[in-house]
Design a protein around this ligand. Structure first.
Ligand SMILES: [Zn+2]
Length: 289
């Protein structure tokens, strides 16, 4: 699933490709992609004649801002956008086509069919689901070390699932959570309420730095991710633990292991990310010596 850096990359390319274009008509061939309004015909009718002003992003969602409407789009597993000339053959699994009045069209293709689109009046999109449920945007000014710590530090829950929960921090997924926890030297099963102040700061800095570097590299092309022009991201080559099971850790040379945390495949260097030492066990060890 594309995470924040991949969606941000799609946003940037789409913005270059479609901003200023006027929609003449919309074809929906898979109605369940359209979540709001309920009728795909109403969705198409509302968009006809509108001009795309800009493409923005909230967490892993794209916000396509038109004159008088906002289209909220989630790519989920494998959703893809591409801009084509109208006479180019339509590929299989293309479910929504926005026909522009300049002879081009924006096509939404989604092999897994999990993607969603919601249409709102401007401003409404932030007050209603799905966007109203999103937590802090990690590349915005609202994301600070204090905000992160205050939100999570009292929770007696494993840190990795907390970071994956979009209602706290929006945009992180399995790849970048593993990377950020590794960089911060924090074991993914540490309970959030056991993290020290310095660890919260390191975690904050790691999340921010990892996402910024990944955005700069155009995201990570793992599985089928490509940007709006069919180009691959490059950050997969800079990943330090994700997808590197059995390889030596770039910091300590120890092996990177893969385990399951909260149902998700998880990459760890156990030397750089030690599980929390149990005080009682240490005392028992001392007594037996
Ligand atoms: Zn290591």
């Amino acid at each position: 699933m594309p995470e924040l850096p991949e969606v941000e990359t799609v946003r940037r390319t789409l913005n270059q490709l479609v901003a200023g274009k006027r929609i003449e008509s919309v074809t929906v061939s898979l109605p369940r992609i359209i979540q709001r309004p309920a009728e795909p015909e109403a969705f198409a009718a509302a968009l006809a004649g509108r001009t795309i002003e800009t493409v923005e992003r909230s967490g892993k969602f794209l916000r396509i801002v038109l004159d008088g409407l906002v289209l909220v789009s989630h790519l989920r597993m494998e959703g893809r956008y591409g801009v084509y000339a109208q006479d180019e053959p339509v590929e299989k699994h293309t479910h929504v086509i926005f026909h522009f009045d300049d002879g081009t069209e924006l096509r939404y293709k989604d092999v897994r069919q999990f993607g969603t689109m919601h249409l709102f009046a401007p401003g409404e999109e932030l007050k209603q689901p799905p966007l109203s449920r999103l937590g802090l945007e990690p590349l915005s000014d609202s994301f600070t070390p204090d905000a992160l710590r205050k939100m999570l530090a009292h929770r007696p829950t494993k840190i990795k699932p907390l970071l994956l929960n979009q209602t706290y921090v929006a945009g992180l997924g399995n790849i970048y959570v593993d990377e950020a926890l590794f960089q911060a030297g924090i074991h993914p099963e540490r309970s959030a309420d056991s993290l020290k102040a310095a660890e919260w700061r390191r975690l904050y800095e790691s999340i921010r730095a990892t996402l910024e570097r990944a955005v700069e590299a155009g995201g990570s092309s793992i599985k089928s991710y490509v940007n709006g022009q069919g180009e691959m991201g490059m950050f997969q080559h800079q990943l330090l633990v994700y997808g590197r099971k059995g390889e030596p850790c770039s910091r300590c040379g120890g092996p990177i292991t893969k385990t399951v945390v909260g149902g998700r495949g998880t990459h760890i260097c156990l030397r750089c990310q030690p599980p929390r030492r149990k005080r009682r066990a240490a005392t028992a060890g001392e007594l037996s010596n």
